[in-house]
Design a protein around this ligand. Structure first.
Ligand code: GTP
Ligand code: MG
Length: 329
């Protein structure tokens, strides 16, 4: 199949073509990169826009269960849903792929849903680009909602937030008054905090946890991209299916307001700039990975260590070496 055919089939919403295209953007082979770029360029003009929801939470908080229940609810409203996982730690990805497949088995059988596990690669930069391009492909394929799931272990939340319109943090009910060690930076990027497992014995604890977070959110600096009452903390039960439509209503209210106020477009424009910047940086860094560059680094590093040349002069020579070589982005 050539790129024109592949792009046509993606535009008709063909999930197999979409899966194939994602495999293409995940490849690091130079000829595949070239094709991936051309494909994305072809699809750029599709004019389709999904609601991109970033979803993060610690292992076991219920991300998969929530995604399945929330996804099924969206399908029930006649929407098409894609789920992409971003998992920067290669050690985890094997297990979580299997886990997600089994836990999202209802959603994965639906023809209006598409589920794609994380590309297995340990470097966050590489995963980020592939995921962002996969999101773009899902949009072109006409999905209404794209859920980008990541396990909350550190930097990956920020990366996911940079490719999302909305960032949702999933938390578990917790006793005591400590805020589950949620980093301030993560709180600051959340648009909606959902306390999951608000059912059975955990209901009372969930109510307290929710109140704690609502209070903590009110103490944060007001963000210009939020209407009154946001960011918000709410209770859900992915297992019992409660609070899901309410959460979706809030997301839509937030999105509606941001569209009206111009924040939606502004944010997307900022994100495009951010990713451009990242691409340039990554490409420059990758120039250090070639054989010639490594040899020069070794040679000059040795010279610096032996005091034969200053670090500054050696760095300058290194950059001259680099500017003499060409590396593909
Ligand atoms: N009581 C209750 N249990 C839940 C709820 N949602 C998820 N669980 C349970 O919590 C456990 C973990 O759920 P998962 O959906 O696998 O959590 P996850 O965040 O995807 O976990 P990782 O993929 O390992 O990061 C499972 O045993 C679920 O059945 C809920 O709303 N209520
Ligand atoms: Mg999971």
């Amino acid at each position: 199949m050539d790129l024109a055919q592949l792009s046509d089939r993606i535009l008709t919403g063909d999930r197999r073509a979409l899966a194939r295209a994602i495999t293409l953007v995940e490849s690091s082979r130079a000829d595949h990169r070239e094709q991936a770029r051309e494909l994305l360029e072809r699809l750029r003009g599709s004019g389709r826009e999904a609601i991109r929801i970033g979803l993060s939470g610690t292992p076991g908080v219920g991300k998969s269960t929530f995604t399945e229940a929330f996804g099924m609810m969206l399908l029930g409203q006649g929407l098409r849903v894609a789920v992409l996982a971003v998992d920067p730690s290669s050690a985890r990805s094997g297990g979580s792929i299997l886990g997600d497949k089994t836990r999202m088995d209802r959603l994965s059988r639906e023809k209006d849903a598409f589920i794609r596990p994380s590309p297995s690669q340990s470097q966050l930069g590489g995963v980020a680009r592939r995921s962002r391009e996969a999101v773009a492909l899902c949009e072109a394929a006409g999905f209404d909602v794209v859920i980008i799931e990541t396990v909350g272990v550190g930097q990956s939340e920020t990366v996911v937030a940079e490719m999302s319109d909305l960032f949702v943090l999933l938390l578990a009910p917790a006793g005591g008054d400590e805020l589950q060690g949620v980093k301030r930076g993560i709180m600051e990027i959340a648009d909606l905090i959902l306390i999951n497992k608000a059912d059975g014995d955990l209901k009372a604890t969930a109510t307290r946890t929710c109140a704690d977070y609502a209070g903590a959110l009110r103490l944060l600096r007001k963000r210009p991209q939020d209407p009154q009452g946001f960011p918000k903390a709410m209770m859900v039960s992915a297992l019992a299916g409660t609070g899901l439509t309410e959460a979706w209503d809030e997301m839509q209210a937030l999105i509606g307001w941001r569209r009206e106020a111009g924040w939606w477009e502004r944010r997307r424009a900022e994100q495009a700039r951010y990713w451009f910047d990242q691409e340039v940086r990554n490409a420059l860094l990758s120039q250090l990975e070639t054989g010639t560059a490594r040899a020069a680094l070794d040679r000059l590093g040795q010279a610096v260590a032996e005091g034969r040349v200053t670090p500054g002069a050696a760095a300058r020579e290194m950059l001259e070496t680099l500017s003499g070589q060409h590396t593909a982005v």
